[in-house]
Every structure is written in structure tokens, then in C-alpha cells.
Design a protein around this ligand. Sequence first.
Ligand code: ADP
Ligand code: MG
Length: 746
Amino acid sequence: MLKLERLSKYYTSNDQVVKALDSINLSFEVGEFVVITGESGSGKSTLLNVISGLDSFEDGELWIKDEETSYYDTEDWENYRKKYIGFIFQRFNIIDAYTVYDNVLLALKLSSYPKKARKTRALELIEAVGLSPQAKQKTSKLSGGQKQRVAIARALAKDAPIIVADEPTGNLDQDTARKILALLKTVAQDKLVILVTHNAEEVADIATRKIRIFDGKIQEDKILKKTAPVQESLPSKTEKTSALSLWTVALRNLFSMPKRTLLMGLISVFIVGVFMLSYGSYVDQSNTPGFSFHPVFSSRSEHRLVVTHVDGIPLDANDLATFNQIDAVKSVVQFDPVLDLYLQVEDPINAEFSTPYHFMPASSLSENTLSQGRLPVNASEIVMPDNQGGLFSFGTTYQLGQVISAYVSIESFRFSSLPNESTLYTVVGLHSLGTSSWPEMVYVDDSLLANSLLINQALAKYHRVRLEFEGTALFTLDTDFNLFLDDTLDVDDIFINGVEAEATILPRFFPELSLDEFIELEFEMSVQNPFNDQPRQIPFTFSGALSNQIIDAKYGSNSLIIAHPSAWAGFLDNQTYQMTLIVEDAFAAQRVQDSLPERYFSIYPAGYQEPFEAIFGVIANIFQIFSTIFILFVMYLVSYLALKNVMKSRQKDYVIMRSIGASKRDLNTITILELMMMMTVAFIGVYGALLGNAIFDFGWPNYLRFYTVFNYIVALSLLLIMMVFLGLRFNKKIFTQTVQTAMRGE
Ligand code: ADP
Ligand code: MG
């Protein structure tokens, strides 16, 4: 079964070579109960360690079942121990934090004992060593004799053919020692037991063979009793310990050492916290719109994703349904150009106008982005910026309950009021979302954005309108002259500014006509929607001309056409060509863009960058990536230092696990799993705290709103990868030494 041939082992210490084993020749068979005696320092332990693959040897050969072992590498020795050896130590080497049952179960797990039979087998073994009443007790509470019984049960657990025991009774009183040896004799009858003792008497009636070592040499080798040949039970094939078993071991470790786990937990929470915050500020920065103005869209809300049809055809209810079905779409602004209108807010008491704002629907806000108040519930309620979160502060601070009136203006066009002069708006909430680009946002009830006056105003803005007479262009609105929409006129009214007409148009195109005759002419309006190639020609006559006094008093002299909004709307193509899909942020916009059917074209104005800014952005991003890597590296070092001592206290347990058959891979997996579980729990905890912050506002920076599912996955993955490196680093030391050296080290 086991054969040593001219086997020698040397130790070098302080340039001196000690021959601990000197050309040993021995051979053992299953069924023997071999007792090795000798003076202290004679080489007994060394012999056992070599036999059990815990220590190396220099010369000679060790045969196991006629197989040479001199070419074995670390992994082969791991398998060798796992397959053949059950070891019982003088100092027990059981895991103190575990219960009796868990210690035995651990050995069964690590030796890949069939899962279903483990529990029964563990209880059988505990019963066999007489510890059933203590099965659920932590082993730290047991007496020396009881601990050694646990060690015996554990050594027997994996059913290895060879049991090796190094002075198992050295720490026990005589009476207990005798009982332990008797127990070992009965439970290991069909095995080869090799036992070292300094007290030959206590084993005289048990041993079948006695070997005496002196100075590394065999001095005596005597058969005491003839042993009947025992049918060798073939050791089961060594299998890799299953991932599930390792996972349960990791879990057991966490639960059986609550103090250590708590400490690890706190450190993990700290690591995750710092990481989430620095990662959050990174995501925040890479997600903040730059300073570029989009050439077409002046409203660059991060919630706005503009969608048109690739063929430039109008969008209808079917399209709307398609958009609403997309998960990341929070709501749809059906007539998108209203978002690009400029809005002025007047404080009626001071009659002062604010700087312009843009509208955004309240559905794009979440409750937790309000610094005060609530969201609007009807069209006369609005949410204004609190001018604290914004990069730009215009000095206007609104108060909850403050009543204001809003004027919509487009360049020099100005709408008289919205929706009519008497409507006032109440500020019901203040938001702290600086848009970090001018202008800031006023959030209104979604229904207001479907208001026909607003829509007409926006329609007038983006159409190209030209007045023609018999094919001759007289002027183009917006470039040559301005339009003023006034909803206090009669519904059909479209006037011309008489003074302007007489001064500019009549002399050039109609020198022989009077103003009254000019008004009577039948003109054509050429109206072009930017989405159509061809302008439409629409017959048209003026309702009349306005006098200079009226113009001066109400509209300003550069206005040429003054019309009621609905009269004007009659010229315009009032179909919807572009809609805005309201999304959470840039990441959500990206997701929506990815899932939009190909027939749609989408633009994300907040993501627009002018070329020079794009270059700047790339540099900033590279810088961010480097600083993130740097932070990760610092965190790795901090975690290493913080967890080092906690992990070091585990070293003893790890060496024990290794001595009973855990491979390098197994222990690495266990360590990494432990760290990963702690990290995951800490991650969930920190996430919960951040969520609490977002809801109850503990006053921390609210980075949560920058996180998408993707960010969470990335953040957690980075942390877990960090744990893999940490785990490998912690365990590295254990494996650069033989088990024996590592054990002495503790
Ligand atoms: P025993 O168990 O019989 O008391 P050991 O096997 O422990 O004896 O030791 C045998 C010899 O090897 C002794 O001379 C001891 O000093 C030496 N020895 C044991 N371990 C080491 C070591 N790690 N380094 C150097 N010498 C050692
Ligand atoms: Mg010894």
C-alpha cells in the first residue's frame, strides 16, 4: 500500500544541514496499527509529514499503491492528501469557530462526499466518537479529549485508507489518552493507522507493529501482532469539490464568525460607499450636457429625445402607441416644437420679467428632484427652478404659492398671454435641477403642452411663410418682417401694419396703388413646413390695415403682420412631424434610441456637442477614466490594508482546511466567495442608504438619479473583480509554503 525507499529529508537552517530522515525503508499495509516512537527530535513528525504529503522530501522514493510520487507537483499532492490521508494533529487543528458537526461536515464537503449522504455520515461519525450530545456545540467550548475526538471523526470522514496521527494524546491526560487510542483502534480497523507517540506503554496492547526511530534512522521495526489481511477499500476517485459545497463553506465561515463578519461588513460598506460616490460623480459628469447649443433645438433637457419619421411624414396615433410601448419612455410630448418656445415669467406685483425659460412637462420630473413643494396637477400650476442647483443663477427666486404670469415669446414675436391674459400660474414646487445650460426649465402640467395657442405659436415659428402676388415674392416673414399673434383680436383677423406697407412694399411693387387698394388684392401665402420639400400656395386677403397709433401702442413698429392665432393657424400645416419622448436621462435616451423601429429618426439635443467641445469631451473622458482607475487602485490598497488583519486571522483555518484536503483552487474560491458575498451585501446596504437619501433626503449628494441598471451592473462588477484580486492576494502567502511550514508560521 505505502512504501518508503531510501527516503531522506534534509532541513537547512542557518547554513547547517540537518538530516531529519536518513535513508528510510519502510512498507505499510492496510489493517496495520503502526506505532512510531523515538526521542524528541528524532524525526517522527518529519516522517509523518512526508508520508501525508504535508512536507517534501529530497532523496529516495515514496510509493503509494505502486505509484511513484517524486514527480508530484503541488496539485498532485493536494489530490494525494485528499484521496489517501486522514490526519490527526497533536494540537487538534480543528476550526474553533465551527460546531462539531460543521467541522466534520467540512471534511465531507472538501472530499466531495456525496451531498445527500453527508448529513447522515457526519452524524454517524460523531456518534462513533461519542460526541452526539455536543454535535451542535462550538468546538472552542470542548475539552481537549473531546477536541481530539472531533479530529478523529474528521479524519475518518472522508474514508481515506491511511490515518496519520502525530502525538494525538500529547495534550491529554493519561486516562483520556487511553480512551482516545482505543477509540481510534475500533473506528479505524480497516485502515492503515500510523501513530506517533512518546509513550510506548499506552499503545502496547493496541498496536500491531512498533517502529523506533533514532536520529532519522529506523532503529527497530517489530511486528507485535499478526494482522489478518484486510480487503483494501479502494479510495474513491478524487473529484473537484463542487462549487455549491464551496459556497456553503464560505457561507458557514461568515455565519460562524459573526464578529469578524461584522468587521468585514463595515469595511465593505465603507469601500462600497466611497466607490459608489466616486463612481456616481463620474457618471454624473459624463452625463451632464456640455455647453454647446444645438443648431436646431434650443431646449436641451436631458429628458428630451426628439423623434421624427425618416420619410418626413406626419406622426399619428399609431406612432404614439409605438412610442408609449417602449419601456424607458415616461411620456410623450405630442407636439414637440412647443419645448423650444421661449417663455418669460412676470411677477405681476413688481411687473418684472425674468430671463427666458423653456417648458418641460412635469411627467419628466420625479418627486425626489423637487427641493420643495409638489408636482403640478392642473394647467395653472407650475414648478420653477429654485436657482440653487443651477449652474446659472439669475437671481430670481420664486416662492411656493407665488402667483406669476407667463408670456411666451419667440424672438421678437410675443404672444399676448397664455392661454389668455387672465390666466395666472401658481408656483407649487421648486426644483433644484440646474440644466447647466441656458435657459432653465419651467415644469408644467403635461396638458398645458397640448394647448392650441402654444401649439400655434410653435407652428408659426418653424414654418417658412412668404407673401406673394402673381408669382412675385413680396416678403418673407421672420427674415424681412415679423409676425405678431394676438389672441385679443377677432378670430378671423389678419392685419397688416399700414405704415410699414406704405413705406416699403407699395413703393417697390405697387407704385400706382393706394393702401386701401393694396388691402383688397388677392395674395398668395407660400407656406413651407420644414419637413416638406414643396411649399403650399394658399389664397389670402388681409382683413385691413392697422394705424400707426395702434401699432405703436400694442405691437412695436417692426411688426408687419398682426393676426389672431387661429386665423394664422389656417395657413399652417398643423400636423405633427416631431414628438418628444420623455426619458430619465442620457442612458435611457440611448436605450430608447436602440429600441426605436428603423422608420424613426431620433435626435438627443442634450447630447449634442460641437466639434471643438467633442474633442474637449474626449479628453475629459480619458481623464475621468484614468482617475476612476486611480480611485479603484487606491481603493484596492485601502481594502487590502483594512481587510489584511481580518483575513490573517483566517490563515490558521485555511491551513487546517488545506491539511484536510482543500485544494488551492478550493480555498481561493472560498475566500473570493466570502469577500464577494460581503461586498454584495454591503452594496445592497449602500444602495438602500442612497435610496433612503433620495427619498428622505439625508443631505448627501443624490447620485442615485445618475445610475441606470447598467451603471449598477458595472459598479458591482468592478467591486467583485476587485474582490477576486484581493482574495487571490490574501491566499497567495498560504500557498507559497508547504502546509507544514504554513502551519508552523501561525
Ligand atoms: P520529532 O517529531 O521526533 O520530535 P521532528 O521530526 O520534529 O522530530 O524533527 C526532526 C529533526 O529535524 C530535528 O532535529 C529538528 O530540529 C529538525 N527540524 C524539524 N523541523 C525543522 C525545520 N522546519 N527547520 C529545521 N529543522 C527542522
Ligand atoms: Mg514531533
